[in-house]
Design a protein. Structure first.
Length: 171
């Protein structure tokens, strides 16, 4: 039986609502896809170790921590790891270790700019140079937010983008 089906039955046996089960399964598929595991081929007896790896799990949380459903993702995966433990797919649940050790929040743009500013200060750049660099970075970020992403699929590629930008054209 497919692992997703087993997990679904386990959730149903624990009387979770249909909406919760549906969300948990979507979240689990998303995690499996991140972990490079094709969902269709996963069975309880052949799960890749990477799915239960603390570093992989931590990377996944870093990857999704800006998502509005982040807390639901935590709950979904916590429940899946409990299922895996109950089904003896794993001997120890790595999930609490990740949470206990603290998920490092993904740095914000302001945090990164502050770190960069400190680095420039440590290298003894002048105040005006630092101000100019920081201003340039902020302008670039604002430009990136306001500019639609160029099409890089269906025939578009980075070389076309570079050749357009060198000519002063836009995609």
């Amino acid at each position: 039986m497919e692992i997703i089906d087993s997990y679904k039955l386990w959730l149903q046996a624990k009387s979770y609502s249909d909406a919760t089960i549906r969300n948990y399964l979507v979240d689990l598929r998303k995690y499996f896809s991140f972990s490079c595991a094709p969902v269709e081929t996963l069975h309880a007896t052949s799960l890749p170790n990477k799915i239960f790896d603390e570093d992989n799990l931590s990377s996944y949380f870093q990857n999704i921590n800006q998502d509005q459903n982040y807390k639901r993702f935590l709950a979904s995966l916590s429940k899946f790891f409990q299922f895996a433990l109950d089904q003896k797919l794993i001997s120890e649940n790595p999930f609490p270790n990740i949470v206990r050790n603290g998920l490092k929040p993904f740095p914000t743009i302001d945090n990164l700019i502050s770190l960069y500013q400190k680095q420039l200060e440590d290298k003894k750049f002048s105040i005006s140079t630092i101000r100019n660099y920081i201003n340039d970075i902020r302008q670039f970020i604002n430009w990136g937010k306001s500019t639609p992403a160029p099409p890089l699929t269906k025939g578009g590629n980075i070389n076309n983008l570079v050749s357009l930008s060198s000519k002063g054209e836009t995609a």
